[in-house]
Design a protein around this ligand. Structure first.
Ligand code: G1P
Length: 288
């Protein structure tokens, strides 16, 4: 059973400047809900209620978001807005959320190393704080189901076009079935001609505690940072690792165009926006 999840959220969000100059990228809203709330919801929907967020400088608003706000509650109660009141209480009670700060930004691998004492000897899920996966069965749940069957660490992967290969960790391996690959290689952000495939690491992992020992041995890699991909590569020398194609749609919310598209897609799924937004889109396309 996987009972714990780690959400790294200490990064500077440089891909989304200037919006992220004074606010965390994880708090940027898709319509009215911060990205990180979708990620926490995925944990909860996958049966995980113990969540460690790796936070850092300038990330206080993430803690405030999941905390209770009595003044706001009183104000909403006075207005007798039951729907919003229940939304506020839902956020505060979603899960047991813990925070630890990554004092220096030494990369994703170093961020995960901060979870060592929290996770102890248990396997755990990792969900990157700027990736939302829209799926009928939550992505993390799909991976937990696979972990229960195979008992090996799992990396979620997605096929990407050649021009995006150098933006992701890329894996190579042998097919077990349509969804699963037994890994024999993985490289962080390779040049397209050196990439073992075009299957990209997609922001979700199930890891076992031996990752911490591997991380300790991992030298600085791409961008002079300690990369989780490099630690997994060390682990691969002794352990089996699987890559799983997730059934669902991944939204990389560190990417501005993807963020815009996601906002429109999510709005079109909401009853209050679907019709007027569809009409608006048709109209502006006609005007162009
Ligand atoms: C990180 C990982 C990379 C992965 C990507 C997914 O990179 O290091 O392997 O493919 O997330 O979003 P980052 O986006 O933090 O540069």
């Amino acid at each position: 059973m996987i009972k714990k999840a780690v959400i790294p959220a200490a990064g500077l969000g440089t891909r989304f400047l200037p919006a992220t100059k004074a606010q965390p990228k994880e708090m940027l809203p898709i319509i009215d809900t911060p990205v990180i709330q979708y990620v926490v919801q995925e944990c909860v929907d996958s049966g995980i209620e113990d969540i460690l967020i790796i936070s850092g400088k300038g990330k206080r608003s993430i803690e405030d978001h999941f905390d209770r706000n009595f003044e706001l509650e009183a104000c909403i109660q006075e207005k007798e807005d039951e729907i919003v009141f229940n939304q506020l209480r839902h956020i505060e009670n979603m899960a047991n959320i813990h925070f630890i700060r990554q004092k220096e930004l030494n990369g994703l691998g170093d961020a995960i190393l901060h979870a060592r004492f929290h996770c102890g000897s248990e396997p755990f899920a990792v969900l990157l704080g700027d990736t939302v996966i829209d799926a009928v069965i939550p992505a993390t749940q799909q991976m937990i189901d696979t972990f229960e069957q195979y008992g090996q660490p799992i990396i979620a992967v997605e096929t990407v076009p050649p021009d995006k290969v150098s933006r992701y960790g890329i894996v190579g391996g042998t097919e077990i079935n349509k969804k699963l690959l037994q890994l024999d290689d993985l490289i962080e952000k390779p040049e397209v001609k050196k990439a073992p495939s075009n299957l990209a690491v997609a922001g979700r992992y199930i890891l076992t505690p031996d990752i911490f020992t591997a991380l300790e041995k991992t030298p600085r890699g791409k961008g002079n940072e300690i990369q989780l991909t490099d630690a997994l590569r060390i682990l691969l020398k002794h352990n089996g690792i699987l890559a799983q194609t997730i059934e669902g749609k991944r939204h990389d919310l560190g990417d501005k165009l993807d963020f815009l598209k996601t906002t429109i897609e999510f709005a079109l799924k909401r009853d209050e926006f679907a019709k007027p937004l569809r009409e608006f889109i048709k109209q502006i396309i006609k005007e162009k």
